[in-house]
Design a protein around this ligand. Structure first.
Ligand SMILES: Cc1ncc(COP(=O)(O)O)c(C=O)c1O
Length: 375
C-alpha cells in the first residue's frame, strides 16, 4: 500500500477510538481555492457540451495558459503544442514518465529522502533505483560528483525537486546548471518536480530548471495546481519541456487515462491566466505558521532549519528519540500527527516532517500540546 495511505488509515482508526487528532502529516493546503476558480468550474460544468471525453492531450487553451504561465513566472518560452502536457495531477505524470522512459534493467537516479513516487515509478517500470543521499551539510542537494561513473553511464532518468519535499530546501540556479550539464553529458532525462514553486516566503522566488540555457534538450519539468492554487482534489498538473519526453509521456497516458474533465481544464486555464497577487496573503499565512511551528519545536530541543519555501518543516526530534518513536509518542500522547522521515527513504530516518497545511488555530493548539509534552 502507498505509504501515506497506510498512515491515514491508522490516524482515522485512532480518531474513531476517540483520540482528538490534529493532522500535521498531510501535504496539502487546508484552504479552498479562490472563489473565481470555483465559479469558473461551476459555470463550465453547466454546459451540456462539456461532459464528454475531453481528449488526451489537454485543451489548446490550457496548453497556451501553461506556456504563458512559464513565460511570465520563470521567463521560460515553451511551444504550447509540443512542449506542454496537462496532467491529472502531477503524481500520475511522475509515475507514467518512468513507464514511458525506462525499460527493465535501466536505472533511475532518485533523491533520498524524496517523494515516494520517484522510486516507485522506476520500480513499476522494472528499472533499478540508485539513491543520491540529500544531507544537511550539502544544503540537501545531491552530490553529482559522487555518483559513480558506472551508475551515470547506466542511468536514463534523474529526479530533482526544489523547493524540496520533505526537507524544505531550495536549489540555486547554479545547481540546476550542474544538473543539466551532468544529464547532457550522460544522456539522462532530467526530471524536475516543481509543485511548490509558488509557495515561498521572505521574498524568495523559486526558479525553474528550464531557465538554464539549453535545459530543454534534456529536461522535463512537472508542475501542479494542487499546492499553488489549492486544487489538490481536482487533479490538475502539467509536464513541460523536452518535446520527445512530452510525446513519450502522452503515448503512455493515452493508453491509461482519457483526459481531464473539461470544466476543470477551463477553470485551471482561468487560474493560470489570473493575477497571482492573492498568493501573497496566502504565503504570508504559511510563513506565520512556519514561524509558530519553528518556535515551538525548537523550544523542546528539536533541530530544524528555516525553510524559504514549501509546506514543510523537516526536524530532528529532541535528543535521544528516533523518528518513528518520536512521531508515535507525539501522536499517542497529544493526538498530533507528524510524518516520520522514514517514509521518504533511508536517509529520512531520524527526521520528522511537519506540514503547514493545517488551519492556524489548529496549529497553535497542536504546538501548545507539543510543548506541554513530557520528554
Ligand atoms: C514533491 C511532490 N511532488 C508531487 C506531488 C503530487 O502532487 P499532485 O499529484 O497533487 O500534483 C506532491 C504532493 O504532495 C509532492 O509533494
Amino acid at each position: 500500500m502507498y505509504v501515506f495511505a497506510a498512515q491515514g488509515a491508522r490516524l482515522r482508526k485512532l480518531a474513531a477510538e476517540g483520540l482528538d487528532i490534529i493532522r500535521m502529516d498531510i501535504g496539502e493546503p487546508d484552504a479552498p481555492p479562490p472563489a473565481f476558480i470555483i465559479d469558473e468550474l461551476d459555470q463550465q460544468s453547466r454546459n451540456p457540451k462539456k461532459h464528454g471525453y475531453a481528449g488526451y492531450g489537454g485543451t489548446p487553451e490550457l496548453k497556451q495558459a501553461i506556456a504563458d504561465y512559464y513565460q511570465r513566472r520563470f521567463g521560460v518560452a515553451l511551444d504550447p503544442v509540443s512542449e506542454t502536457l496537462p496532467l491529472l495531477g502531477s503524481k500520475e505524470g511522475l509515475a507514467n514518465i518512468a513507464l514511458a522512459w525506462l525499460d527493465p534493467g535501466d536505472l533511475a537516479i532518485v533523491p533520498d529522502p524524496g517523494y515516494p513516487t520517484y522510486q516507485m515509478g522506476a520500480k513499476m517500470a522494472g528499472a533499478d533505483v540508485y539513491f543520491t543521499p540529500l544531507e544537511a551539510r550539502l544544503g540537501w542537494l545531491p552530490d553529482l560528483e559522487a555518483i559513480p561513473a558506472e551508475v551515470a553511464g547506466r542511468a536514463r532518468l534523474m529526479w530533482v525537486s526544489y523547493p524540496n519535499n520533505p526537507t524544505g530546501a531550495v536549489a540555486p540556479l547554479s545547481f540546476y546548471r550542474d544538473a543539466v550539464e551532468f544529464c547532457r553529458r550522460h544522456e539522462i532525462l532530467l526530471c524536475s518536480d516543481l509543485p511548490y514553486a509558488d509557495v515561498t516566503f521572505d521574498g524568495y522566488e523559486a526558479p525553474s530548471v528550464l531557465s538554464v540555457p539549453g535545459a530543454k534538450e534534456v529536461t522535463l519539468e512537472f508542475n501542479s495546481l494542487s499546492k499553488s492554487h489549492h486544487l489538490a482534489g481536482w487533479r490538475v498538473g502539467m509536464a513541460v519541456g523536452n518535446a520527445t519526453a512530452v510525446k513519450a509521456l502522452l503515448q503512455i497516458k493515452s493508453n491509461v487515462d482519457s483526459g481531464i474533465f473539461r470544466p476543470i481544464q477551463d477553470a485551471a486555464t482561468v487560474a493560470l491566466n489570473s493575477d497571482p497577487s492573492w498568493m501573497v496573503a496566502r504565503n504570508e499565512e504559511y510563513r506565520r505558521r512556519r514561524d509558530l511551528v519553528l518556535e515551538a519545536v525548537r523550544s523542546i530541543g528539536m533541530v530544524a532549519e528555516t525553510p524559504q519555501a514549501g509546506l514543510y518543516i523537516w526536524a530532528l526530534p529532541p535528543a535521544g528519540y528516533g523518528s518513528l518513536e518520536f512521531a508515535d509518542k507525539v501522536l499517542l500522547e497529544t493526538g498530533v500527527g507528524f510524518t516520520a522521515g522514514d517514509a521518504y527513504g533511508p536517509s529520512g530516518v531520524g527526521y520528522v516532517r511537519i506540514s503547514l497545511g493545517t488551519e492556524t488555530a489548529k496549529i497553535e493548539e497542536a504546538m501548545a500540546r507539543l510543548t506541554a509534552l513530557a520528554l
